[in-house]
Design a protein around this ligand. Structure first.
Ligand SMILES: Cc1ncc(COP(=O)(O)O)c(C=O)c1O
Length: 493
C-alpha cells in the first residue's frame, strides 16, 4: 500500500486532549479505508515529530487504540491496523428493501393497561395550579449535587455496589431519627424501608398485603394512583366518604361488617384532595377498628412538613402499639420529585416483606443518593431547607387565599387550611367543569373534583395547588381564573 500519511491537524485549544484527537483521527482513517487491516502505522517517534507533540502523547493514543481493538502492537516491529477490527462502520441489517423497523403490533396478547398516570396537559404559557407539586425552582440542587459528589468520591467501592433492598443504613437511620424528633414515631432503622417515592411504597404495600378479592377502603375523593396500585394487586377499591372531620369512620365500620376489608388507605394529616385534618376522635376510632379487625392502615403523609399554623398533628403511626399502621412518607415535596426518595415505616416483619418484594422489582435504590441525603439529614441541612420552603409556601397560601377573595369574592368558598400545599375551593354557584375549560383557554389550568372522585362524578370543587407557583404567578393565575368565571364572561358579552 501507499505509505499512510498524516492528514489531520491537532487543535490545541479544543478542550479534547491531544492523545484523544490523534486516536480519533486514526480510527476515522480506518473507517474511511485510508488505513486497512494489517497496514503498518508510523513509529511513535516519527508520528510525534510529524504532529509536533511529545512521543508520550502518541504512545497514549496508541494505548487507547490497542485497548479498543483498532490496532495491535508487535514488539520491535511496531503498530499495525488490527485484522480483527471492531465494526468499522455500523452495519445495516435491512436488506432486500424490507424494513427492519419494529413490528407495529405485538405477536401476542397484552393484558389490559392500568389507567396511566399522565402528566397534566398544560398549554405553553399557561399557569398550572398543580394539586400536589412542589416548586422545583426552590430545590436545593447545589446542596444535593455537592453531597452526591462527596459521597461517590469518598466511598465509590461501597456505594456503587449492590446493597440491601431496604436502602442504605445511613439514610434509614437518619429517617428514623427525623421521624422520632418531628413526628413522635419511635422507629429504629429496622422499621424503615427506603423506596423510590411514596408511589413505590404504596405499590409494594399492595403486593405485600393484598390477595385477589380483598377490599381496600379508600377516601371517596382521594389519590388515584394509589387506588390503581391496589387494583393491580387484584384488590377491589371501595370508597368511604370524607367530611370536615376527615374519613367517615362510622361508614368504614359498616363496610367492615359486610366486606373483606384488608386495608384502609388514608391521608389523615392534610387529606388529599380536600385538605381536611382527621379529628382526634376519628383517629382513635380508626386505630381501634384496625386493631380489632386486623386491618392494615396505609397512612400516606405526603406533605407532613408543610404545616403553618400551630403544631402539625402527629401521624396515626405515632400512637400504634398494635402495629396496624404502615406509614408512608416522601422527600418528593420537600426536596424534589425526580429524586424518587420515599419510605415505608412499620413493624420489622412488614419491612422485611416490603424489602423482599422490592428486591424483585428494583433490586435496590440509588445508594449514592441515599447516602448523600442521609448525610444532609444528619447535618441538619435538609431541615434548614424545609424551614425556608415552609416560610415561602405559607406566603403563597396566604397570597392565593387573598387573591381569591379579592377577585372572586363570594363566587367561591374555602377554608384556609392550617397546612398542606393546596386550597380546596368550592364554587357551588358555578359549573366548575365549564369554568375550568374557560380558564384553560385563558391560560390557567385548574383540576376539578371529578379527577379525584372514585365514582368520577363532577362535584363543585377545585383543588388549587399553590406550592409550584410563586406569589406573582398566583396573582396572575387568579386574574385569569376570574376573567374566565361565568359572571365576568356574561358581563363582557
Ligand atoms: C397523596 C399523594 N401520595 C403520593 C404521591 C406520590 O408522590 P411520590 O411518589 O413522588 O412520593 C403524591 C404525589 O403527587 C400524592 O399527592
Amino acid at each position: 500500500m501507499a505509505r499512510w500519511e498524516v492528514s489531520f491537524a491537532l487543535e490545541r485549544r479544543a478542550g479534547v486532549p491531544l492523545f484523544q484527537q490523534i486516536a480519533r483521527a486514526i480510527t476515522a482513517d480506518i473507517r474511511r479505508g485510508r488505513l486497512r487491516p494489517g497496514d503498518a502505522l508510523p513509529g511513535t517517534r516519527t508520528l510525534a515529530r510529524a504532529l509536533g507533540v511529545q512521543r508520550l502523547t502518541v504512545v497514549a493514543a496508541f494505548d487507547d487504540l490497542v485497548a479498543e481493538g483498532w490496532i495491535v502492537t508487535e514488539r520491535a516491529r511496531g503498530a499495525f491496523v488490527s485484522t480483527d477490527l471492531p465494526d468499522p462502520a455500523p452495519r445495516r441489517f435491512a436488506s432486500g428493501g424490507r424494513s427492519a423497523a419494529v413490528a407495529e403490533r405485538p405477536g401476542f396478547d397484552l393484558l389490559p393497561a392500568p389507567a396511566p398516570e399522565l402528566p397534566y396537559d398544560v398549554p405553553p404559557g399557561a399557569l398550572l395550579f398543580a394539586p400536589s407539586r412542589p416548586d422545583v425552582r426552590l430545590a436545593p440542587a447545589a446542596l444535593i449535587g455537592r453531597a452526591f459528589r462527596r459521597a461517590i468520591a469518598r466511598r465509590p467501592g461501597a456505594l456503587l455496589a449492590y446493597g440491601s433492598p431496604e436502602g442504605h443504613p445511613r439514610l434509614r437511620e437518619a429517617v428514623a431519627r427525623m421521624l422520632a424528633s418531628t413526628r413522635g414515631i419511635a422507629a429504629g432503622a429496622a422499621n424503615v424501608c427506603v423506596t423510590r417515592g411514596s408511589q413505590m411504597a404504596v405499590s409494594l404495600l399492595a403486593r405485600a398485603l393484598l390477595r385477589p378479592g380483598d377490599v381496600v377502603a379508600v377516601e371517596q375523593l382521594g389519590y388515584r394512583s394509589a387506588w390503581e396500585s391496589f387494583r393491580l394487586a387484584g384488590a377491589r377499591v371501595v370508597g368511604v366518604p370524607v367530611d370536615a372531620d376527615g374519613l367517615r369512620v362510622d361508614v368504614l365500620e359498616r363496610l367492615i361488617a359486610t366486606q373483606p376489608v384488608r386495608a384502609v388507605y388514608v391521608t389523615p394529616h392534610h387529606q388529599f384532595p380536600t385538605t381536611v385534618t382527621m379529628t382526634a376522635g376519628r383517629r382513635l376510632k380508626l386505630l381501634e377498628l384496625a386493631r380489632v379487625h386486623r386491618i392494615a392502615i396505609i397512612e400516606d403523609d405526603y406533605d407532613y412538613e408543610f404545616h403553618y399554623d400551630g403544631r402539625p398533628v402527629l401521624p396515626l403511626a405515632s400512637a400504634d402499639p398494635a402495629g396496624v399502621v404502615a406509614y408512608v412518607g416522601t422527600f418528593s415535596k420537600v426536596l424534589a420529585p425526580a429524586l424518587r426518595l420515599g419510605y415505608v415505616v412499620g413493624t420489622a416483619p412488614l419491612i422485611g416483606r416490603i424489602a423482599a418484594h422490592r428486591s424483585h422489582v428494583d433490586i435496590q435504590g440509588d445508594r449514592v443518593l441515599e447516602y448523600a441525603v442521609g448525610e444532609l439529614l444528619d447535618e441538619g441541612e435538609i431541615q434548614r431547607h424545609i424551614r425556608r420552603v415552609r416560610r415561602e409556601y405559607r406566603a403563597r397560601r396566604d397570597a392565593l387565599a387573598s387573591a381569591l377573595v379579592d377577585r372572586l369574592g363570594d363566587r367561591v368558598t374555602f377554608t384556609v387550611p392550617a397546612g398542606g400545599i393546596a386550597l380546596w375551593v368550592g364554587a357551588r354557584s358555578l359549573d366548575v367543569e365549564a369554568w375550568a375549560a374557560a380558564a384553560r383557554s385563558r391560560g390557567a389550568v385548574v383540576i376539578t373534583a371529578a379527577s379525584f372522585a372514585l365514582d368520577g362524578r363532577p362535584r363543585p370543587y377545585l383543588r388549587l395547588g399553590f406550592a409550584s407557583l410563586d406569589v406573582t404567578e398566583l396573582h396572575e393565575g387568579v386574574r385569569r381564573l376570574a376573567a374566565a368565571s361565568p359572571a365576568e364572561n356574561r358581563a363582557r358579552s
